[in-house]
Design a protein around this ligand. Sequence first.
Ligand SMILES: Cc1cc2nc3c(=O)[nH]c(=O)nc-3n(C[C@H](O)[C@H](O)[C@H](O)COP(=O)(O)OP(=O)(O)OC[C@H]3O[C@@H](n4cnc5c(N)ncnc54)[C@H](O)[C@@H]3O)c2cc1C
Length: 386
Amino acid sequence: MTELNVLISGAGIAGCTLAYWLARGGHAVTVVERSGSLRSSGSPVDVRGPAADVAERMNIAAQLREARIRLAGMTFVDSSGHRIARVDIEQLRSSIVPKDIEIARGDLARILHAASAGDAEYVFGDSIKSLDQDETGVDVAFERSPPRRFDLVIGADGLHSIVRRLALGADSEFVRHAGLYAATVSLPATSDAGREMFMLNTPGKLAALHPCQGAPLAYFVFWHSEIPDFDYTDLEQHKRILEQNFADIGWRVPEFLAAALAATDMYFDSVARVDVPDWARGRIALLGDASSCVSLFGDGSTLAIAGAYELARAVNESPADPPGAFRRYQAVHGRLVASKQKNLSFMASRIVPKTEMGIWLSTRIFWRTIAGVAAAVRLSKQLHRK
Ligand SMILES: Cc1cc2nc3c(=O)[nH]c(=O)nc-3n(C[C@H](O)[C@H](O)[C@H](O)COP(=O)(O)OP(=O)(O)OC[C@H]3O[C@@H](n4cnc5c(N)ncnc54)[C@H](O)[C@@H]3O)c2cc1C
């Protein structure tokens, strides 16, 4: 088999999974990560369906289950903190999606990195500066490291992918603001809410407290037209935006804002759709959020893991024909992505309703209906077993 020399940009969920599977295929893998170390922030994500199967094949399913978040329920409160509705998440999950694992993004990244670190070279604190490809390979210049030549380059570097920008075109061609911004910030451990998640909806805004296994997080999501000078790297700007949008909405939000204002690391980004018609050009391909972002509701990680597996499988099957492998990867994985992207605006409107009526319908009807369906499924399973 042809052994390839592959560069992956981004040691996130997609990049670490791909590194594992390409190394298993016998290829020499280098991962370059802009951050100085593995990034640990971010809200809980789900490892669902096809990604749970990939985790089984990587022998990390037990570790993921060990680190998983055991959420009991989701309580909706009003601005005074009074409970207005509750969904039994434990029952919902065990009835409808028993194999799904909810886990802190940082824990998922750590486990995936550990699985691949022995067989791949990781370079932290660097980034690709330029890419120049010909028929047999890609010359890569880095911000810090000396230039190198690779057989393939994969952009697994997220929503603001440098590989996409250098190889395919400006962000404005591919990235569409979906109308929302989202932020997560760590809270002091004393704010721990046990196993219950609490959510406050006001029109167009959601503030939530996620217990996250003793490392609680505040979660902010809000509808906002595209902020013209928004800079996803500018922490001080993020603090100002949060303050402008979440002051005076009540409940424990002042406490969450205080944590955000004191934070030195916070996830804050626009919720965006990335639509890249062709995920590859020659010997360069995109993976995860870089090619097809559906961030916000946890599916991004499932798609990143499932996509990494498909991409590695295609490359491992025909290493001498990268363009053919990339086409097969997109044909298979593109179907899964399309089904998830369809749900984004529907779920956004349920989770962050824009009006009082929308909030009433969401908390009293939508979530209760889902809980009712879960209870019915559970009952039918129990009757079936008897
Ligand atoms: C720190 C962090 C927190 C997050 N928190 C949330 C959240 O709270 N809610 C949510 O919906 N989604 C969040 N996301 C996005 C979510 O992780 C992804 O949607 C999903 O996991 C898909 O994974 P990915 O590997 O494609 O992208 P990501 O998980 O975003 O990983 C991309 C990786 O590439 C790295 N990178 C970026 N630019 C470069 C560059 N120029 N050179 C080298 N490396 C680069 C990043 O540092 C990161 O490690 C977060 C992402 C990160 C990085």
